[in-house]
Design a protein around this ligand. Structure first.
Ligand code: FMN
Length: 325
């Protein structure tokens, strides 16, 4: 159990926001497999204010999610205040501010990791969203997700985290790569350990978590209060149960290939209900490539998946796999 202000999160292993992957259906599956907390992918505050119904698919939560935060990005505290004020009907448990995205499309709007070049602005954004949470969202917490800094010469994660906390942030997630690194190289967990000792709110660690053993090592080395799987959970929602088992010194039987496929098909069916079969089949191609990674014949399977247009075609591709025991 992890408490952030009035919010009780029933565990400390989270699913990270991963744009293009962590839709409500996948998040629900991760929650079923033990993710204690999930985040929507980053959603533009501007887009919410301009056309809420268009942004809606990104804001919906799955009934299976126990604790889910909506992650917003933007550069204008007033716009983000207004965006947050419109979110009550999506029932978020908290609002997370993205100050880590390295993607040019986001940065050029003054949002994402470029906010780390202006800690005072980051503080004003947290303050604006905190006010909206108090006025419109029953006082749910505001959290932030940051990187180590812009580049190696500007490692200002402590300064940015403090600016956020002084403005009311109740938790800080640190992905300890710089903006310049994007997703290359390795993340520097020493920065997480350092931040844990420097701010008075829980720190969530992110970066290079691809196995339960990685998670155990991050907890031990950094003393972070929570951690989040990102790329390590794609096609592998089972990683949450496996990690919990390892941390509790309980046995965990690796999930069979047939169970992975069954889970992928379930995800596809649920997504079809929301988006229609055709779009769901297209969106699920990369997810199935992730589910089948490392399976015998996976290259051949992938060759078929990338052309699958219907649920029946997906079922046909996998018909030789036995049902899970
Ligand atoms: C394709 C992709 C999309 C991502 N989208 C988001 C996002 O929407 N919001 C966010 O805060 N982080 C996002 N991230 C960063 C992850 O949440 C995470 O911090 C990062 O991948 C490091 O963890 P990992 O090395 O275990 O993957 C994204 C990462 C990837 C690879």
């Amino acid at each position: 159990m992890l408490n952030i202000q009035s919010l009780n999160i029933p565990g400390n292993i989270f699913l990270a926001p991963v744009s293009g992957w962590t839709d409500s259906v996948f998040r629900g599956i991760c929650a079923e497999w033990g993710a204690a907390c999930t985040f929507t992918e980053l959603v533009s505050g501007e887009s919410i204010v301009r056309n809420l119904s268009r942004a809606e698919p990104l804001l919906q939560r799955s009934p299976l999610e126990t604790c889910c935060g909506i992650q917003l990005f933007g550069s204008d505290p007033q716009v983000l205040y207004r965006a947050a004020s419109l979110l009550a009907r999506f029932r978020p448990d908290f609002i997370d501010i993205n100050a880590g995205c390295p993607v040019q499309k986001v940065i050029k709007t003054g949002a994402g990791s470029v906010l780390m070049r202006n800690p005072a602005l980051l503080g004003s954004i947290v303050e604006g969203v905190r006010r909206a949470c108090e006025e419109f969202l029953h006082g749910i917490p505001v959290t932030v997700k940051i990187r180590s800094g812009w580049d190696d010469s500007r490692l200002n994660y402590v300064e940015c985290a403090r600016a956020a906390v002084e403005s009311g942030a109740a938790m800080v997630t640190l992905h300890p790569r710089t903006r310049a690194q994007a997703y290359t190289g390795t993340s520097n967990w020493d920065h997480i350990a350092d931040l844990v000792s420097r701010i008075p709110v829980p720190v969530t660690g992110s970066g290079d978590l691809f196995s339960p053993e990685d998670a155990q090592e991050m907890f031990e080395k950094t003393k972070c209060a929570a951690l989040m799987f990102a790329r390590g959970a794609l096609g592998n929602p089972f990683i949450f149960s496996a990690t919990q088992a390892l941390l509790n010194s309980e046995p965990f039987t690796p999930v069979e290939d047939a169970k992975k496929i069954e889970t992928g098909i379930k995800q596809l069916e649920e997504l079809s209900k929301i988006k229609g079969e055709s779009l769901a089949c297209r969106e699920m191609r990369k997810q199935f490539c992730a589910y089948t990674k490392g399976m015998p014949g996976s290259a051949e399977i992938r060759g078929k998946i990338v052309h699958a247009e219907t649920i029946a075609e997906y079922r046909d591709i996998f018909k030789h796999y036995p049902s899970p025991r």
